[in-house]
Write a protein that binds this ligand. Structure first.
Ligand code: DON
Length: 450
């Protein structure tokens, strides 16, 4: 986008607001990370349509560190499924630091896949294939999330490999508890390499957007993981992604997120956007100070909190009346009397569970107890998901079972092909291209209509 759009303006304002924050320290337990520029501050947002917005140092590559964890967890879930992965890694917030030396008391599993212990196990669960060693699979998968091929910062990798004894200790501890399926040294080396994969804030926003978009990369259109896996990963990010600060983050910012010690931070707005920031100085729990401040402010300003979903009453059902009230109703008294007994409900937009409940409620209200038949007008409906479709089929079959007459205005076959509708509703539901045709059918099919 040009530099003069509303989203870029919002990112620019956030950068200007928080660039002056001086708190936080660079991570130094991986020596090469101290070479980062503490003043760098990049922000990026990728929409579900693949529109990219960025501000500041959003094209500087830096290492993913812990931001790799949710994506490798996604790969493990895709390869093995939730039940098998869950045998090795739990999904409870640990309430502890990312590098805590601790495992679940009875099972010996790491608390979750976001803390180091859990991430080492997750990485160890990725099997080699005949064509691709495990690390290449991981690198390939991270690249699919980013929409481009990524590479490893060999210097940062070597730096962590030289100093990462705490993670090695953790791997041996996990092995001793019987919950590491491979050699601890090999597991940690692969984990260090995945942490040293390089990406920019724009890449990270794309990766987060792919999770938010049901596993489909909005830039490339590639299905990277299933919608089910994307939802599972976002759930664990929401409860565990910010370690011992996860509860406060979900309370105040309200978005699934993941931080990394190189200064990256991602957040996902399901079905809305992916966000990323880059600013190396960290707070005590290993999260970018400026990133935390900026994403918190953005969430508040734009109303992005996951739990903040004010219902939009009236946005699904656009009409609930009887046919005599339609502008097309003729003056003739007998016709009007017939039309008084025809309920008409029109709906619009995308129908999901919530919307389908509104439509069925309106059908009930305008339906045969007060009238004798009902017309459901779906011309302005854009999509019906599988849950809503099943609800509508059941609702229409119930109407027929109660002796009501129903007709639908459905020129685009949103209710599905006639065979399916017959099977699901137990009737040959009359379907019309225009509302008036459907009303005529219902009015004249009424008992006593003659
Ligand atoms: O294992 C480590 O300690 C690092 N490679 C990654 C830790 C990390 O990024 C923690 N997140 N904020």
């Amino acid at each position: 986008m040009s530099a003069a759009d509303a989203v870029t303006d919002a990112l620019r304002e956030l950068r200007a607001e928080f660039i002056g924050v001086r708190e936080g320290q660079l991570a130094d337990y991986i020596p090469k990370l101290t070479l980062a520029d503490p003043d760098a501050f990049g922000l990026a947002l990728v929409s579900m349509d693949g529109h990219r917005y960025s501000m500041g140092e959003a094209e500087i590559p830096f290492t993913l560190q812990s931001i790799s964890k949710p994506f490798v967890y996604a790969l493990a879930l895709s390869v093995l499924g939730l039940d098998e992965v869950g045998r090795w890694v739990s999904a409870e917030p640990s309430g502890e630091a990312f590098n805590a030396i601790s495992l679940e008391p009875v099972t010996g599993r790491p608390a979750n896949a976001m803390v180091n212990a859990g991430a080492i196990v997750t990485t160890a669960l990725i099997p080699d294939t005949p064509d691709e060693p495990a690390f290449d699979r991981i690198l390939h998968c991270l690249g699919s999330f980013a929409g481009r091929r990524l590479d490893v910062d060999e210097e940062v990798y070597a730096s962590e490999a030289a100093t990462g004894d705490r993670n090695r200790a953790l791997a041996y501890l996990i092995r001793s508890a019987g919950t590491l399926p491979v050699d601890p040294v090999a597991a940690v080396e692969t984990y260090f390499r995945q942490c040293a994969v390089r990406a920019t804030a724009v890449d990270l926003a794309t990766m987060a957007a792919t999770l938010a978009h049901g596993g489909v990369n909005p830039l490339t259109g590639d299905t990277v993981v299933s919608a089910e896996v994307a939802a599972q990963v976002l759930a664990v990010m929401a409860t565990c992604g910010m370690y011992d600060a996860s509860g406060d983050w979900l309370l105040r910012v309200g978005l699934p997120a993941k931080s990394g010690v190189s200064g990256g931070l991602i957040a996902a707005g399901p079905a809305r956007f992916g966000l990323a920031t880059y600013s190396p100085p960290l707070d005590a729990s290993g999260t970018s100070v400026r990133g935390h401040a900026a994403l918190g402010a953005l969430s508040r300003r734009l109303g992005l909190h996951l739990m903040n979903n004010p219902a939009l009453p009236g946005s699904t059902v656009t009409l609930a009346t009887t046919a005599d009230d339609l502008p097309s109703a003729p003056a003739d008294d007998r016709e009007r009397a017939l039309r008084e007994r025809v309920g008409v409900v029109a709906a619009q937009g995308a129908l999901d569970f919530t919307a389908a409940e509104r439509v069925l409620y309106a059908l009930d209200e305008s339906g045969p107890e007060r009238t004798g038949s009902v017309v459901l007008d779906l011309r302005e409906v854009t999509t019906i998901d599988s849950v809503a479709l099943a609800m509508l089929h059941t609702g229409l079959s119930r109407l027929a079972g109660d002796g009501w007459r129903a007709a639908v205005v459905d020129p685009a076959d949103r209710l599905g092909p006639p065979d399916l509708v017959r099977e699901r509703t137990g009737q040959d539901l009359p379907r019309y291209a225009s509302r008036e045709q459907a009303v005529q059918y219902c009015a004249h099919a009424l008992p006593g209509a003659g």
